[in-house]
Design a protein around this ligand. Structure first.
Ligand code: NAD
Length: 279
């Protein structure tokens, strides 16, 4: 059986998110799966969004329920406005409200510029950028309606955007993906500025290379992994839990004064490793 979580270790603050309600998009695979489980482990009730793969989503639900919190799976395509509206309104019906929105769902459709079709461009922008806009908008409406409930959290709500080191590192052959993540950076910062007066915290997490299905070709052979490690000063490929742990902490009141920031979780990938020996 696949293990997930903190390599079996207990977290330092087991009930960091006690009583909070979280929604994680794209939560039946990779980073989203680890994050949904990680939020459940520290006390949150969790909605496990997926677009395909109901059985995998139900497995995540069962693992979260094992922590004694509530969870259910919800099928929705984050790029479709009506589906995101329905997903958040069902959550308000089932759980009473939402405290944490993790806009994680994302995909790649790689091609050189001259081969890239308009469908490849649009699909990536629709899911990675428009999907985050829709999820943030629907969550913010509920955060504003409800306001701060001090027994639950110092803030009225948290939006966490899953970005990438490619919000600042250009990436040849991936112009749709890099543009979408550059857009996520400005989406996050603008929403943080707009929503902070409502006591809503908007931040982003920018992973480097994390071992998930999205980038299998970059780590599945020893040669590919060796190439990848040259870009990572810390010299290991990240695990989904490396991201989940940061999201859980960022969503909690421990980081209540963190507003409008991107936390890079990348083993130093954004430190221009080529300059360690060159330049
Ligand atoms: P993954 O492929 O394992 O997971 C992506 C998830 O998003 C899947 O569950 C997929 O079904 C879901 N998804 C795709 N389209 C969707 C849609 N229209 N509606 C709802 N869900 C949809 O990949 P991952 O690595 O876990 O990626 C998660 C996020 O992390 C993405 O935003 C990705 O860009 C980002 N990221 C990943 C890495 C990495 O190295 N793995 C690095 C930087 C950023």
């Amino acid at each position: 059986m696949e293990t997930s979580g903190n390599n079996g270790r207990q977290p330092l603050a087991p009930l960091l998110l006690k009583g909070q309600k979280a929604l994680v998009t794209g939560a039946n695979s990779g980073i989203g799966k680890a994050t949904a489980i990680g939020l459940g482990r520290v006390g949150a009730d969790v909605v496990v969004n997926y677009v395909a793969g109901r059985e995998a989503a139900e497995e995540v639900v069962r693992e979260i329920e094992g922590f004694g919190v509530r969870a259910y799976a919800h099928e929705a395509d984050v790029s479709q406005e009506d589906q995101v509206v329905d997903m958040v309104s069902r959550m308000v019906e089932e759980f009473g409200t939402i405290d944490v929105m993790v806009a994680n769902a994302g995909l790649q459709r790689d091609a050189a510029l001259t081969d890239m079709t308009i469908d490849q461009w649009r699909k990536v922008l629709d899911v990675n950028l428009t999907g985050q806009f829709l999820c943030a908008r629907e969550a913010a409406k509920e955060f504003m309606r409800r306001g701060v409930v001090p027994e639950v959290s110092r803030s009225a709500g948290k939006i966490i955007c899953m970005s990438s080191v490619h919000q600042i590192i250009p990436w040849a052959g991936h112009v749709n993906y890099a543009s979408s993540k550059g857009g996520v950076q400005m989406l996050m910062a603008t929403l943080a500025q707009e929503l902070a007066p409502h006591r809503i915290r908007v931040n982003a997490v920018a992973p480097g290379a994390i071992r998930t299905p999205i980038n299998r070709s970059a780590w599945e052979t020893p040669e590919a992994e060796a190439d990848l490690l040259r870009l990572i000063p810390y010299h290991r490929v990240g695990d989904p839990d490396d991201i989940a742990n940061v999201v859980a902490t960022l969503a909690s009141d421990l980081l209540d004064y963190v507003v409008g920031t991107t936390i890079y979780v990348d083993g130093g990938m954004t430190l221009f490793p080529g300059f360690a020996t060159g330049g």
